[in-house]
Design a protein around this ligand. Sequence first.
Ligand code: HEC
Ligand code: HEC
Length: 348
Amino acid sequence: MALSIVVAGLAPAAGCDTPAAPKEVAIDVAPAAPASAAESPSDEVSPRLLRRFQPLAAVAAPATPAEAAKVALGRKLFHDKSLSSDGSIACSSCHDLARFGADGRATSLGVGGQVGARNAPTVLNAGAQFRMFWDGRAATLEEQAKGPVLNPGEMGMPDGETVAKRLASSAEYRTLFARAFPDMEKPVTFDNYAIAIAAFERTLVTRGRWDAFLEGDSSALTAEEKRGLKTFLNAGCMVCHTGKMLGGSMYERVGVVEPWPNQTDPGRYAVTKDEGDRMMFKVPTLRNIAETAPYFHDGSAKTLDDAVRMMGKHQLGLELTPEEVSAIVVWLTSLTGRLPEPPRETAL
Ligand code: HEC
Ligand code: HEC
């Protein structure tokens, strides 16, 4: 019996991760044959299935000195705690680049030690997604960047104008904004703050062995990792975790086969008030997933093994064996990439 899954906005046959116009496509996923899933006789992975995934493009060098200056300014803003109401929190507090752009907590801590409601997703490669936030409520990195600084539970600044005023009171920032936006008479604005942060975030691209593998270097993955990839494909995980981000290209219901244990956060329903969006979340990226525990919007899975097991059960109706879970986890570790070296300040 085939298991029918409704996937919003994706025509799976095309293997394409560009967000299509919202439409519902019913597709049949052949149930995995658990006994054979982890131990297929052939070593090679089907090229047809591999076409669902694409490598990340390397970051291009900034085209102009102003572009380079935007990235440098964005990097500074991203790490600046003085842009929070009590001077204690920067973007990097919850998106620590040394922790692969996340914070290692179930849910984040904002100004005054406030505990947030959701797990901080990684900012690495975030710009390659179709929407921002677990519920997709921001369309772009620019729009997203204006959120946390004004969020009372995160950085707690009263309004964009206050942020711009604080920036304009610093001679260093006045210089940096003037370099980044050379054609503007008054470059220190809240809009430009967001534009610079987004320009910096777009450089946070982590290519790795997975990209080399997709580009044709079959030896970039070990035999064990390839077995794990096949287990992932046989189980049907790539129906949702697809494209260059292995996620970040569609919304899906969490608990599509078996209801999700924690129903506190209704996901996209909170944005649209449409009953059909209850428990719909953006399918998260699996890039660097081995480094960004804990997992899920509520941080409820402490380990990757737990997360994979829960996905099998709630998204696909599969009781994955411990061998299948660890095979998938071994492959998932091959999705860890590296940030490019930041340019030297003198190069700007
Ligand atoms: C207090 C912790 C905290 C701070 C500070 C914070 N973030 Fe976040 N960030 C989060 C959480 C939690 C989410 C997910 C929230 C949601 O989906 O509703 C998030 C989501 C994001 C996303 C979307 C990622 C995705 O995959 O959808 C980006 C990009 C991002 N933050 C960038 C920033 C930037 C830039 C700043 C500084 C201006 C910042 N964050 C400050 C906790 C934080
Ligand atoms: C029907 C769509 C769908 C399928 C199939 C699916 N997932 Fe997911 N996956 C999601 C959604 C939606 C989330 C976000 C859930 C949440 O946070 O509440 C998610 C989250 C995850 C996470 C946690 C990511 C993070 O950053 O917290 C991992 C790991 C994961 N999936 C792996 C898998 C694996 C492995 C499989 C196959 C066994 C799989 N998924 C099958 C939709 C799916």
